[in-house]
Ligand binder design. Structure first.
Ligand code: GMT
Length: 375
């Protein structure tokens, strides 16, 4: 198949999934054309069957706001026609599914029967899409896509009820490369972060308010009062300054590492013992899946798609939003009970391999494309 993929090229789960999907499909001999305003972050190496088309946005002074959606539409039309694509797969509904719909209409004038698949990732539905300026557009483009997938059952249900759409939505969960994200024996970084064999708690995110990173710090403070421990915070974003302030106020600066944006996620996870994700909203929680695959039990909130990923009392624990006392209690329980910890760690890895491994989920996408193309 020849597939066009549009996604946000920046840090973030939807871009990661779109890029890893494209790379995996290219390995399976499909021809993949990425169409975005920048080279997707994970497209670091030259790879057979992968092409990249950059969307250039006019900066003519009359346009106070960049017309990205329209520039993307034109690029989709151009690439579809000249590369003879079979299908366009857009990740994150806003504005990609709208641009794709418009491209489909333009191409239909030339008797091209374009098939569009939209994958819903999270805030495109739960937050941004609900804004009055977007709502009717998102509902329309979801209804008009030839195929729609959601990364969790939660997100599917939310889409059907919130937007009152009457259509099929396929749940295809996110995935992880379990050959890359895997437990490593004797991770060299552990000694660096925890020279006295302290336990290491870790959180990785874009530090947006929705992630509630300050809750991570509050949980850690309680844990640290009971057992010698360190906290690794990887990633960056709007809440980082507030987090640094809180760490100073709590006088725990020497035990907290702010690493900023990092590529070496596998090493960071392998240096750590426990993953914390106390989000206020999370349609899937890709970073928690990466942690599970490395054998890290996860303590998360019980919201959104997280209960589909983290099984309470088996691969980690779930707690109410903001219940830092309970999260800390769970963390202390796991970190002081080595048999239980070992069992949870094995369960975590097993769950990632069994249900969310790349090969399995990419095959599901392949079958889904075939279905859409046959309609
Ligand atoms: O929605 C966002 O703000 C960012 C988006 C992204 O691009 O990373 O995250 C969403 O998609 C991820 C990949 O499917 C999911 O793992 C995240 O749970 C989801 N974020 C939210 O629902 C807040």
């Amino acid at each position: 198949m020849k597939i066009g993929i549009t996604c946000y090229p920046t840090y973030g789960g939807s871009g990661v999934i779109a890029t890893e999907l494209g790379k995996a499909l290219a390995e399976r001999k499909h021809e993949i054309h990425f169409i975005s305003y920048r080279m997707p972050m994970r497209l670091t190496h030259l790879q057979e069957n992968i092409f990249y088309h950059e969307v250039e946005v006019s900066n003519y002074p009359l346009f106070e706001f960049p017309l990205y959606s329209l520039a993307l539409t034109s690029k989709l039309v151009e690439v579809y026609e000249f590369e003879k694509l079979d299908l366009i797969h857009v990740h994150y509904a806003i504005p990609h599914s709208v641009s794709a719909y418009l491209a489909k209409q333009i191409l239909s004038e030339n008797k091209e029967n374009v098939k569009i698949v939209t994958t819903l990732h999270g805030t495109d539905i739960t937050l941004v899409g609900l804004e009055p300026s977007f709502l009717p557009l998102i509902k329309f483009s979801i209804e008009k896509s030839d195929g729609v997938t959601a990364v969790s059952r939660f997100l599917k249900d939310k889409t059907l009820t919130t937007y009152n759409v009457n259509r099929e939505i396929e749940v295809i969960p996110n995935f992880v490369d379990v050959e890359v994200y895997k437990p490593q024996e004797n991770c060299a970084f552990k000694q660096h972060f925890a020279p006295n064999n302290e336990k290491i708690l870790v959180h990785i995110s874009n530090f947006r308010p929705v992630k509630r990173v300050t809750d991570v710090i509050k949980v850690f403070e309680i844990v640290r009062n009971k057992i010698p421990s360190k906290l690794i915070l990887a990633g960056d974003g709007p809440d980082r300054t507030e987090c640094e302030k809180l760490v100073r106020e709590l006088k725990i600066k020497n035990d907290v590492y702010f690493l900023g944006k990092q590529e070496a996620v596998v090493d960071i996870l392998n240096a750590s013992d426990l993953f914390l994700l106390p989000s206020q909203s999370e349609s899937f929680g890709l970073s928690a899946l990466e942690a599970l695959a490395c054998g890290l039990p996860c303590i998360t909130t019980s919201i959104g798609g997280l209960p589909e990923l983290v099984i309470h009392n088996e691969t980690g624990y779930l707690a109410e939003i903001g219940d830092v006392e309970r999260m800390a209690k769970y963390a202390i329980d796991l970190l002081t009970n080595s048999n239980k910890y070992k069992k949870f760690s094995e369960n975590a890895r097993k769950r990632a391999v069994e249900f969310f491994n790349k090969e399995k989920i990419v095959s599901i996408y392949e079958e889904y494309y075939k279905r859409i193309l046959s309609i």
